[in-house]
Design a protein around this ligand. Structure first.
Ligand SMILES: C[S@@+](CC[C@H](N)C(=O)[O-])C[C@H]1O[C@@H](n2cnc3c(N)ncnc32)[C@H](O)[C@@H]1O
Length: 279
């Protein structure tokens, strides 16, 4: 299922185009059948089957694992919600390049921590683009040194804050410190200790590139271990740079991720502070 979601988004775009062409004719099942054939003609049969598998996995994960958890959280927004009409902090570029809020499938999250051998006691976990706080709550159930959610949509931040208070009151938190901050990713001050930065494809490439430079700037001031977990790594080439290595996933969890996760996930380590910038 490698790079599953980036591929999924491309096929979904094609399906939207085909549906728009058909313009609601003919009605019902026949229209869906014709749309299916046209999509298969455009993207190929193998891609259509792969897309159908991802749709199935998304629905299975949601039905079996995530929907029951979302239902317990007071202000859950479910698996996907848009940003239209929300108050977004940050510059014009960050607003333009922001992607809608989707919550990480919980199994993908747990498998990734295991597959990349993350020792939570070592890191401050930071969710860059925390949405209404699902990944944050999942992370807070591990003994990370600290857990912080950074979200630039005021309304989502407010929901994440309520959800975190609920989780604390319900005794679901294993980390000693958990907080949410309403900030934009490019303006957020990053922790000065060893950090695990979690990104579930929150923004498009230009902002991702600027964010990675923001991390490098912070590493120049405070050299320390920094690992990035990048879910739905559509713009992973941004991490092809000096001083960054890709981590290999290992063990049973690695296979579970490859075979059964609806969302691909990659991990990168910043191996040394980047050289100082010269004018
Ligand atoms: C795909 S959602 C991920 C939600 C959460 N990490 C999870 O997995 O449950 C991405 C979030 O990133 C936020 N976002 C996008 N651009 C941002 C930026 N520049 N600064 C902070 N948050 C941003 C969006 O508002 C959205 O809530």
């Amino acid at each position: 299922m490698c790079e599953a979601m980036a591929f999924y988004d491309r096929v979904e775009e094609c399906i939207r185009e085909v549906r728009a062409d058909l313009n609601a004719r003919p009605p019902g099942f026949l229209r869906e059948l014709i749309a299916g054939v046209r999509v298969a003609q455009k993207v190929g049969l193998r891609s259509s089957i792969r897309h159908a598998t991802i749709v199935l996995l998304i629905r299975l994960h949601n039905r079996l694992f995530d929907h029951p958890q979302h239902a317990q959280i007071p202000l859950s927004e479910g698996a996907r919600s848009g940003l239209i009409g929300l108050h977004l902090l940050g510059g014009e570029r960050e607003v333009q390049d922001a992607l809608p809020c989707a919550s990480i499938p919980s199994k993908t999250f747990h498998w990734a921590l295991s597959a990349f051998s993350i020792d939570p006691r070592r890191y401050h976990f930071v969710d860059i683009g925390a949405g209404w706080g699902y990944a944050l709550l999942l992370a807070a159930s591990y003994p990370f040194r600290q857990v912080t959610g950074i979200e630039f949509a005021e309304e989502l931040h407010a929901k994440a804050s309520v959800n975190l208070d609920w989780a604390k009151a319900a005794g679901r938190i294993k980390t000693p410190h958990a907080q949410v901050r309403c900030e934009s990713a490019l303006q957020a001050e990053l922790p000065q200790g060893p950090s695990l930065l979690f990104l579930f494809h929150p923004f498009r490439e230009p902002v991702l590139r600027a964010f990675v430079e923001h991390v490098e700037e912070s590493l120049r001031k405070h050299p320390r271990p920094v690992v990035v977990l990048y879910a739905n790594p559509a713009d992973r080439h941004v991490f092809d740079r000096e001083g960054v290595i890709e981590l290999k996933s290992r063990g049973v969890a690695s296979w579970l991720l490859r075979l059964f996760s609806p969302v691909a996930i990659r991990a990168y380590a910043f191996t040394r502070p980047p050289p100082a910038l010269t004018d």
